[in-house]
Design a protein around this ligand. Structure first.
Ligand code: XLS
Ligand code: NI
Ligand code: NI
Length: 438
């Protein structure tokens, strides 16, 4: 097969002074930051659906992407060829991972049996390419939202046969993930929600969703797939309300149904902002529960209220994300998956390189700044100081579970009433962050 990107060779690291648009300025895979190489800290992954399947259409216009290697057909041969091109791209980029939905990599057939056969054929090529290049599968997932059969949801469909079909599809996707040695498996509840409450029985749908996940856990054990499951929160779009709306909602659902030990979260920046949160908030909520598994690294647009899935360019964003990741001791099975697409106007193949290089450099800078903030230590010290009243005396006694309302009333009456506590110093915190972001 002749190369799809003949003019582009392996993207080198050239350092901050380089003006080469096809070189990294900050992502130096072998450079060690906090005891691990950048490659191991960041664990970048290319999202197959955006980078190799997005035609770059939007609700007002058709696709614009020029992809000379793709004949646009639904043939399995085209899918296999595209898979080889994907590995040429990922290898030249130097990303160690990729991620896919079953229907991104292989075409849907006329029935489930044919779809399964198509997937098998492409998985064979993916496996060969993984072995040839050493690139690994960060996670796989099943597309349970594109086909019209899923219009009312998959595991939460009011139609039991759709639930059954979705279960069979996930079973097959899990087998593919296992065959390819995936590090994890994602559930994003595309249409698991509702458009109107008039026609929706929330309790029944949530029970079904939990039953579905329990069956998935059982099957994962049965086939010996060791990677974690992740739920990917998103509040809406395509539905008005998705059950897995944000990190807190997902954690509550998982706890309520006894699933927390089997799942972590795959957080996506643009989903966080759609939920009215910052990505930093979502990261902290998940990490506090020991459930920050993986990250879909993208960003939205401040002025567009939908999931624009843009490549991350904000150093503040990546610094905050990497601070939480470093604080939790780094990724284990997770990584930074660019669930992001080039703009409709950026339709040439080379734009795929520029986009990923930019995202990787932005995260590499975020990592270096986060490590610098931690090495500097002032923010951590100020944060610690803010809570010192809990380190001894009555605070430590409360934390130790030794007090009750009666004992606290006695204590309060024995003391002068507390006055205004020390300043929160928000501006000083912000100034120190800005001092270290350089
Ligand atoms: C869509 C989601 C999707 C998941 C995988 O908004 O981000 O791409 O990551 O199904
Ligand atoms: Ni995503
Ligand atoms: Ni998304």
């Amino acid at each position: 097969m002749s190369p799809a990107f003949p003019e582009i060779s392996k993207i080198p690291y050239e350092g901050p002074s380089s003006k080469n648009p096809l070189a990294f300025k900050h992502y130096n895979p072998t450079e060690v930051v906090e005891g691990k190489t950048m490659a191991d800290q960041l664990r970048f992954s290319v999202a197959y659906w955006h980078t190799f399947r997005a035609a770059l259409s939007d609700p007002f216009g058709t696709g614009t992407a020029i992809r000379p290697w793709d004949d646009g057909s639904n043939r399995v041969e085209n899918a296999c060829n595209r898979a080889r091109v994907a590995f040429e791209f990922i290898e030249k980029l130097g990303a160690p991972f990729y991620a896919f939905h079953d229907r991104d990599v292989a075409p849907e057939g006329v029935n489930l049996e044919e779809s399964n056969r198509n997937l098998d054929a492409v998985v064979k090529v993916l496996k060969e390419e993984q072995q040839r290049t050493g690139i690994k599968l960060l996670w796989a997932t099943a597309n349970l939202f594109t086909h019209p059969r899923f219009l009312h949801g998959a595991a939460t469909s009011p139609n039991a046969d759709v639930f059954v079909y979705a279960a069979a599809q996930v079973k097959k996707a899990l087998e593919a993930a296992h065959e390819l040695g995936a590090e994890g498996y994602v559930f994003w509840g595309g249409r698991e929600g509702y458009s109107t409450l008039w026609n929706t029985n929330i309790k029944r749908e949530l029970d079904h969703l939990a039953r579905f996940f329990h069956m998935a856990v059982d099957y994962k054990k049965a086939i010996g797939f060791k990677g974690p499951f992740y739920i990917e929160p998103k509040p809406r779009e395509p539905t008005k309300h998705q059950y897995d709306s944000d990190a807190a909602a997902c954690l509550n659902f998982l706890r309520e149904y006894g699933l927390l030990e089997h799942f972590k979260l795959n957080l996506e920046t643009n989903h966080a902002t759609l939920a009215g949160h910052s990505m930093a908030h979502e990261c902290e909520v998940a990490a506090a529960a020991g459930a920050l598994g993986s990250i879909d690294a993208n960003t939205g647009d401040e002025l567009i209220g939908w999931d624009t899935d843009q490549f991350p360019t904000s150093i503040y964003l990546t610094t905050q994300v990497m601070l939480t990741v470093l604080k939790m001791g780094g990724f284990t099975t997770g990584g930074l998956n660019f669930d992001a697409k080039v703009r409709r106007e950026s339709f040439e193949p080379v734009d795929l390189f520029y986009a990923h290089i930019g995202g990787m450099d932005t995260f590499a800078r975020g990592l270096k700044i986060a490590a610098a903030i931690r090495a500097d230590g002032r923010l951590a010290e100020m944060l610690k100081q803010r809570y010192t009243s809990w380190d001894s005396g009555i605070g430590a006694s409360i934390e130790g579970g030794k007090e009750d309302f009666a004992s606290l009333e006695k204590y309060a009456l024995s003391q002068p009433d507390p006055v205004q506590h020390t300043s929160g110093r928000q501006e000083l915190f912000e100034n120190i962050v800005n001092e270290l972001i350089c």
